[in-house]
Design a protein around this ligand. Structure first.
Ligand code: ADP
Ligand code: ASP
Ligand code: MG
Length: 429
């Protein structure tokens, strides 16, 4: 008997029929003798719908008071899911009980819309498991120290599930989704993408942080910090396939470099359309200028990603960086009102139609010339690189958004990631 956490995403919970199939799958695991905690997301499209309603009533919900209410609204999607799933499990003849994050409780900090989990009280869950119940816990939501409902950021149910698994020291966290694992790149963009039977924790962390939305980055961080065996697999296989087969399917996140596994130089390609580029033109080139530009941006709580500073001409230089698109207008305002007057820079330029494309692989540590191959591939497609950033296991470039798919496909081919002739199963879900 093992204690296992299952997580089901929005598409997997998308209709009462799908929820019934989830319940049948969970029942299969329980009948095999396991203790099950299940963490579902809101039904697909529901979180968008709820946030859309909120936006109709208050388009710019940026004050703490407004963001508190956004979370109160968004968290209801998962509230519905847990109740429905518990009912479906009861219909399978199982004992099942549902909890909201606030009932467990899953304690978070108070940063509404992107709260971080601080602790999870396992008392109630353990008592229910010991009493033979399946415990169904909301993904995505928690509660701060003042009793306010919080949410963990989009895609946050992954994090809830891995954190619950860590708190319970579960033997495995299974993330059921609408693809049958982690692919070399998003199979919706590149049909030739290949499923990876295993991916190292470091690579998964980079893929998630660089835009692969198959797992929320925070969930990967939790998996690494608490060494939670985590697997991504499909909820779209028939629920009654043999359990042993299901348990080995998908993609396992591994923590040790497996020497037997021939390490591909590049494991995967990630892309991200969520950023915008800002250039401050004609800045006097003198010590402290980066701090003068980015200090007020940081004070406005805006994260900066890629940064480049050009060579100076006649004592002046251009300074460019990227921010999340949600922060783009606010960043421009800060620069216009505070930075231009203080630095004497001549002009601001902004471009929200960019994307960041990244190659990721621990094999890059020991292979020279990988970045050069990336740049050559893009140049052969006549794609202009606007910015570059590298680390030991990734190289990212910022390019015009309209070339994103072309770039991802060309790089996928150039790094031998294409799977000849075999389309990605489940990619059209
Ligand atoms: P869920 O609702 O189950 O949480 P998500 O939509 O959040 O599902 O994540 C699954 C989706 O992630 C897939 O449908 C796929 O389009 C996308 N995706 C992006 N990058 C990858 C990748 N490298 N491998 C697999 N799926 C990916
Ligand atoms: N329902 C939330 C969202 O849509 C959380 C999740 O699906 O993981 O972002
Ligand atoms: Mg998700």
């Amino acid at each position: 008997m093992a204690l296992i956490v299952h997580k089901y995403g929005g598409t997997s919970m998308g209709s009462t029929e799908r929820i019934r199939s989830v319940a049948q799958r969970v029942a299969k695991w329980v009948r095999a003798g396991h203790q099950l905690v299940v963490v579902p997301s809101a039904m697909s499209g529901e979180t968008n719908r709820l946030l859309g309603l909120a936006k109709e009533l208050l388009p710019q919900a940026s004050t703490p008071e407004a963001m508190r209410e956004l979370d109160a609204v968004a968290a209801t999607g998962e509230q519905v899911s847990v109740g429905l799933l518990a009912l479906a499990l009861q219909a399978q003849g199982l004992q099942a009980v549902s909890y909201g994050g606030w009932q467990v409780p899953i304690a978070t900090d108070a940063s509404y819309t992107k709260a971080r989990i601080r602790s999870i009280d396992d008392t109630r869950i353990r008592a229910d498991l010991d009493a033979g119940k399946v415990v169904v816990i909301t993904g995505f939501q928690g509660i701060d120290e003042h009793g306010n409902v919080t949410t963990l950021g989009r895609g946050g149910s992954d994090t809830s599930a891995v954190a619950v698994a860590a708190a319970l020291k579960a033997s495995e966290c299974l993330i059921y989704t609408d693809v049958d694992g982690v692919y070399t790149t998003d199979p919706r963009i590149v049909p030739e993408a290949r499923r990876l039977p295993a991916i190292s924790f470091e690579e998964m962390l980079e893929m998630a942080s660089l835009g692969s939305k198959v797992l929320q980055i925070r969930s990967v961080e939790f998996a690494g910090k608490y060494r939670v065996p985590t697997r991504v697999l499909s909820s779209f296989t028939p629920w009654d396939i043999p359990l042993e087969q299901e348990a080995r399917s998908g993609t396992l996140i591994t923590f040790e470099e497996d020497e037997k596994m021939e390490q591909a130089v590049v494991a995967g390609i990630a892309f991200n359309r969520d950023e915008a580029k800002i250039s401050v033109i004609g800045v006097p080139d003198k010590p402290g200028i980066a701090a003068m530009i980015l200090g007020p941006v940081a004070d406005a709580n805006i994260d900066v990603d890629v940064i480049i500073q050009n060579l100076s001409h006649d004592g002046r230089t251009d300074f460019s960086f990227t921010v999340h698109r949600n922060d783009y207008q606010r960043a421009l305002d800060v620069l216009r009102t505070q930075v231009l007057p203080a630095t004497g820079a001549t002009e601001l330029q902004g471009d929200a139609r960019i994307c960041k494309v990244s190659i990721v692989g621990i094999g890059m540590k020991s292979h020279a010339g990988v970045a050069a191959r990336m740049f050559r591939t893009l140049s052969e497609e006549a794609i202009n690189i606007q910015m570059i950033t590298t680390s030991e296991i990734k190289t990212s470039v910022v390019i015009d958004e309209k070339y994103m798919e072309l770039a991802v496909r060309a790089l996928h081919r150039a790094f031998d990631l294409d799977h000849a002739g075999e389309a990605a199963p489940g990619a059209a879900a």
